[in-house]
Design a protein around this ligand. Sequence first.
Ligand code: IFM
Length: 640
Amino acid sequence: VNLQYSLFISRTLFAGNRIVQQLHGNLDTQPTDELVDGKNVTERFFGLAGAEVASYCGDKESFLGRYHDYGDPQGVVSGDLGNATSYNENSCGALSCVVKLAPGESRTVAFLLGAKYDREAAALLAGYHADPAARCAAEVQALKEDWYSRLNHLQVHTPDDAFNTMINTWNAYNCFITFVWSRAASFIYCGLRNGYGYRDTVQDIQGIIHLEPAMAKEKIRFMLSAQVDNGGGLPLVKFTHNPGHEDTPDDASYVAETGHPAYRADDALWLFPTVYKYVAETGDKAFLDEVIPFANKDEGTVYEHLKRAVQFSLDHLGPHGLPAGLYADWNDCLRLGANGESTFVALQFYYALEILRRFAADRGDTDACRRLEETMADTARKIQDLCWDGDRFIRGFTEDGQRIGAAADPEANLWLNPQSWSVISGLATKDQAEDAMAQVYERLNTAYGAVLMDPPYHAHAFEGALAVIYNPGTKENAGIFSQSQGWLILAEALCGHGERAFGYFTENAPAAQNDRAEIRRLEPYCYGQFTEGPASKHFGRSQVHWLTGTASTVMVGCVEGILGLRPDLNGLRLAPAVPKSWQSFTVEKDFRGKKLHIRVENPQGRESGCTSLTLNGEVLPDNYLPAEKLQAENDILLVL
Ligand code: IFM
């Protein structure tokens, strides 16, 4: 939250060997309503176990001291922390203790930082008191086991160390952190939000489905319960979300409280790939019959929720008959107008229809299948007629009919997302896919990934091109938007272009940039929201770390794309797209309760394809592993 507000709601106190920071401490007598945990006051603590506190400080300025800084804090220099607490100042937690050691003697104390209320905090601290060293070692061990129990569900060994370390550990870790927080708690991004963004949260789920499907299912349920009965997603899902009783963007109260003035065109469409990935990974088709409430009223099965999401788009069509732009699409800085039309959303819609068609076919819902096929054909025809511009897909139409992203435009005449999504959605013909992806490679690609569009907006921005406020090469104004790199990797892999898919991964992967760390600047193990593009004088510098949808899109691009692990409703297709130089690699994967030991060999230096697939000694007809053929342990050999 903003600084002047946070200053005046916070105070620290000292109690029971710990500094306690209270936020909204003055609300302790007020009835509780707003906060999720039922308390108005938030408490954090910083405590000492294994020794008595000799002096403490809860006020940052007193701790640092006048004309001192973090290099020589007054509290440390003087050895006396002064026992100050804060009240309308910046809080801090500093504790000292006096330890007398005989020659050769050593002693361990533990400092604990946590967010717990009084009694729990005291109990926690007490648990470390007798033997802090042993307790800390046990906790670290438990933490490691907890993480490995998740990460071990997929482990890969390829010839590329950066790829291995990202997929096995760091990208996966980044995915879990983003899964928990979405964009809701990023100091850089937005401070503390009052809820979860719909699209962000539904996208973030995708990154952990192959590792923790049960966690994913819980969150999918939650997000479906934030879908309005008209099929649209609530743009912001409050932390206090109460399914069945929420107001919606159609109510002034929702708009006033959340600041979100209208539905967005894309929100509910993200449900399709997410639900599909979950069902395909687990085989849990029964989930489609689970009844879940809508946000405002009414309830329906998951299948019904998806049908209504399609209906929402059909009920909001623009003048050309493509889904209307509404408030915005994925790109927050692109306002085509409520009646504008976005190619990206149209492609997402086409993909959504295909996924629903697959579910309908599997359930024997022939009426729905027929209707979906008709709508798909109609949508495909419109996209082809209206959005293909010779060698690229345009970005869309403004509500007054202006074409955005056409080849003849002086600025922003080539956009990345419509090209990659034309492939992901399955709409592009083979020739269109080749042309569009070649345009991206030639025009948008850089040493750090592909820019979001080119040239940046400057003198020719239309009214809804909000990205023009950013310096060229920054964020949505021709920055290398990291989230889009994942879709690009996936699209190239779906085309069978292993070299390019892996090239895009390497250009933007944190672990592959350790020899350029002084340029990239961010931590070498997590993604940033964007990297500054060639139009910036800091080309290559990455920004806005940790909470970015990149974690999940790149994970999906690498797992489904480069590694080619593509579950569907009845099994698993193996379709790697790798550099020609990879002679072999292995994958250890848990799949529907079974163990897959996969070895891929590439004796002919190919980028993709399948010469043979062997499952437990049996040669299969193509690159598909039917689920019913899998045993508890499976030896799988794919020869490219
Ligand atoms: O899609 C958005 C996201 O919801 C928030 N960060 C920026 C992205 C692109 O505009």
